[in-house]
Design a protein around this ligand. Structure first.
Ligand SMILES: Nc1ncnc2c1ncn2[C@@H]1O[C@H](COP(=O)(O)OP(=O)(O)OP(=O)(O)O)[C@@H](O)[C@H]1O
Ligand SMILES: [Mg+2]
Length: 324
């Protein structure tokens, strides 16, 4: 494959289960060496898409190319060059960290000194040194996730598919996991003992997540809803294209009640959302509604507090996209 060829290319990809369309004619290209985030609510079609990209599930129609190879519901060609951490990743809880890595390494056909080198590399990358003999079930969620990632990259894949890899782990562990991902994408895979052909670039990561802070860390993103891609591009591009106005951040005395009052007030606002102890209101030229917002809040006994026009977060855009 050449440098300009995408690492992953989905063309009119569709999956139907009976008369239900889980993935509906999606198109996107993931560039080599980027972290591509796939965001969508529960049941929107993320895992189904990943399974088709991997060749684990045959599409109803459309096609997938990975590293320039047609996938077509078949894993044989791409398997040695891709890694997969599934949503319910399958580590053996009764085995130790080292035994799990040996098991996965052997499954990828790694043997003897090669296997040992790769395991040591993975242990060091994931910071699991010193925990080699810990039983997997005794590891915390964050460490188990790092072990699962280590197992998925033992064979030095060029493309890595991660399905909600940080679900349910604390913010510090999530940050540590993302630092690991950055290490992977910035490190040429031809490093180490030279198993990969030179000039093949770095790892490409396709990752699904529900966490907006993680999505901000992706080079590019796609939002999926009811099986359809509704936004695609860098975080800045999506914000510029999809934001139906400016965001006014309000700090009222009672944010939850303020949301109810403003929703009932029938002002011409696109969005009124609770944002922690704040309220985000979205509308074109939002400042011109400030007086009406203050009046509505005061008449319900709520102190309006400060009102500031802020840069939209990806969460603002995501919510706006999901509702439009
Ligand atoms: N084998 C199947 N048979 C029938 N319906 C299925 C099958 N697999 C998935 N679905 C349905 O397809 C839709 C998409 O499911 P999918 O698992 O891809 O969603 P998801 O975006 O990964 O959700 P989550 O965030 O909960 O993991 C859901 O409505 C699901 O019930
Ligand atoms: Mg899923």
């Amino acid at each position: 494959m050449n440098d300009t060829q995408p690492a992953i290319l989905a063309t009119n990809l569709t999956k139907c289960f009976g008369d239900f369309t889980a993935v509906d004619n999606i198109n996107f290209a993931v560039r080599r060496g980027e972290i591509f985030g796939f965001l969508g609510p529960n049941g929107s079609g993320k895992t189904t898409s990943i399974r088709m990209l991997l060749g684990l599930m045959k599409p109803t129609s459309g096609s997938v190319e990975v590293l320039g190879m047609k996938v077509d519901g078949d894993t044989a060609k791409t398997r040695p060059r891709v890694g997969y951490m599934s949503q319910r990743f399958s580590l053996y809880n009764d085995l130790t960290v080292l035994q799990n890595l040996h098991f996965y390494g052997a499954a990828y056909g790694l043997k003897n000194s090669e296997l040992q080198i790769r395991i040591n590399e993975a242990l060091s990358m994931a910071g699991l040194e010193g925990r080699e003999n810990a039983k997997t079930r005794e590891l915390s969620g964050g460490w188990r996730q790092r072990l699962a990632l280590s197992a998925a990259i033992l064979h030095r894949p060029e493309v890595l598919f991660l399905d909600e890899p940080t679900a349910g782990v604390d913010p510090l562990s999530r940050r540590a996991f993302w630092d690991l991902l950055y290490t992977l994408v910035s490190r040429p895979i031809s490093e180490g003992n030279g198993a990969m052909p030179a000039g093949q670039g770095s790892v490409t990561v396709f990752v699904t997540t529900h966490y907006m802070d993680e999505a901000e860390h992706c080079h590019r993103l796609a939002f999926i809803q009811h099986g359809k891609i509704i936004a695609n591009g860098s975080s800045a591009e999506i914000k510029a294209e999809k934001m139906p106005g400016q965001v006014l951040e309000i700090a009222p005395s009672d944010a939850a009640s303020a949301v109810k009052v403003l929703r009932a007030a029938n002002l011409p606002l696109h969005e009124i959302e609770l944002y922690g102890a704040l309220v985000h209101v979205i509308a074109p030229d939002v400042r011109r509604h400030e007086t009406a917002i203050r009046a509505a809040l005061r008449s319900s006994g709520i102190q309006p507090g400060s009102m500031t026009v802020i840069e939209p977060s990806l969460e603002d855009v995501f919510i706006a996209c999901m509702k439009s």
